[in-house]
Ligand binder design. Structure first.
Ligand SMILES: Nc1ncnc2c1ncn2[C@@H]1O[C@H](COP(=O)(O)OP(=O)(O)OP(=O)(O)O)[C@@H](O)[C@H]1O
Length: 407
């Protein structure tokens, strides 16, 4: 038995099995909810739901068994109340028969005593819980009633669509639902050609990450169109929108599982060991993994605490590559790393970019020089567009960003 909670002098216990089951299932739920975007971009919603249900089952089975005992105890307590009432009436009846007290008085006192005390006891016992229950139920009902605005279309344009790596944003106007007063993207236009690398640069907060989020359809624009292969994203199934995309962000989110499982989570189909190894090799992390005593079975700890920043990032790259994405989205993928790790991760990214479309955000301008197209975002709009040489010649925003960074 373990302590569940303490209230005043009362301590509430529950069985170790229930505690373990609740802890394991809550851990999964918390991890999935805290990392909901990563889970969604990997299309692993059902895996987490099933794992949550599996871990909760022991607690549920115990609760079902305990409910029989609780029912018995509850029945007995109600029974005792009736026995006491019968005894009171019996004793009162004896008093009446012996003409010691009047019938009316006995009945009045018995009723007042029994009903009054039991009513008060029940009301006092339930009052705080009742209020809490109403509040909690209200919260749960509100949560259950929430409808996501990002849903599958009733009639998708294409069945089992698989993007080729081409995407576009046309006349996109966007405000975050939580900040409707601030227009983040203003008439934003961008053509992402298949197989090309497009770099988004610009001052912090100008809207670069927002573009990456719209490409994955975490939000729909207020106006304008975000499309893959000229098909607007809301007309495609969500899983189809995301299956051709591999996403690597600044702080990789890894799960408290083995390295192998973390990489496999990126796979659209059931990953084989060969495909896991291939992805790890492409991400330049295979040799490190095999040098560990448990290799791919090494647990990486909560949020990947057992690995360095660069190692975590390379596992995240392997996880993105195992999907064989047509489009790679890199949001500051090397910014959080020291120079040494950055070099290794950059090499892995350069290899990963080959042969596929890549949209990258980078603060370090040296990393975007080779991009086919550099797009300078300023205040939610595309301010300049071109290759490094073209933009440098222009002596505009891009030129100034370089001057500030390298002066
Ligand atoms: N989830 C959100 N809800 C509300 N506002 C947001 C949200 N995410 C970003 N913003 C706001 O939208 C604007 C653009 O943010 P975004 O993250 O796209 O900029 P960024 O150019 O990527 O910045 P950085 O280079 O610092 O990452 C900012 O003003 C930011 O505060």
């Amino acid at each position: 038995m373990v302590v569940l909670y303490k209230q005043g002098r009362m301590t509430y216990y529950e069985s170790t099995e229930t505690a373990k089951s609740m802890e394991a299932s809550s851990k999964i739920a918390v991890e999935a909810v805290a990392n909901v975007r990563t889970v969604a971009s990997l299309g692993r919603e059902n895996t987490f739901r099933d794992e949550y249900a599996k871990n909760l089952k022991p607690a549920l089975d115990l609760a079902k068994r305990a409910s029989h005992l609780r029912g018995l105890v509850f029945g007995l307590s109600r029974g005792i109340f009736n026995f006491v009432m019968a005894a009171a009436i019996y004793y009162g009846g004896t008093l009446i028969v012996n003409e010691e007290v009047e019938f009316q008085v006995v009945f009045q006192s018995a009723q007042a005593l029994l009903m009054g005390s039991s009513g008060a006891a029940q009301a006092f016992a339930f009052a705080p819980n009742f209020q809490k229950g109403i509040q909690a139920a209200g919260r749960i009902i509100t949560l259950l009633g929430r409808q996501s605005k990002i849903v599958d279309p009733v009639h998708p344009t294409a069945n089992n669509f698989s993007g080729s790596g081409q995407a576009s944003l046309q006349n996109v106007q966007f405000r975050y639902p939580t900040r409707p007063n601030i227009q983040v993207l203003k008439d934003f236009n961008l053509e992402i050609e298949r197989g090309k690398t497009v770099a988004l640069v610009g001052a912090s907060g100008c809207g670069k990450s927002t573009v990456i989020q719209l490409l994955q359809r975490y939000y729909d624009p207020n106006e304008g169109i975000v499309a893959q292969d000229s098909l607007p994203l809301p007309k495609l199934k969500l899983v189809d929108v995301r299956k051709s995309i591999g996403f690597v962000q600044q702080e990789p989110i890894l799960f408290d599982r083995t390295i192998g499982e973390n990489i496999a989570y990126g796979s659209i189909t059931n990953a084989t060991m060969d495909s896991i190894i291939e992805a790890a090799q492409q991400a330049n992390i295979h040799n490190f993994i095999t040098s560990l005593p448990l290799g791919y079975d090494t647990n990486i700890g909560s949020k990947g605490t057992q690995l360095s920043g660069g190692q975590k990032q390379r596992v995240a790259i392997a996880r993105a590559l195992i999907r064989r994405p047509k489009m790679l989205l890199l949001d500051e993928a090397t910014s959080a790393l020291d120079t040494e790790s950055e070099k290794v991760v950059q090499e892995a990214l350069d290899a990963a970019k080959a042969g596929r479309t890549c949209v990258m955000i980078a603060h370090r301008l040296s990393t975007v020089r080779d991009a086919n197209l550099i797009c300078v975002v300023h205040d939610g709009q595309v301010a300049e567009m071109g290759t490094h040489a073209e933009l440098f010649k222009l002596k505009g925003l891009y030129y100034n960003l370089n001057r500030v960074q390298y002066s």
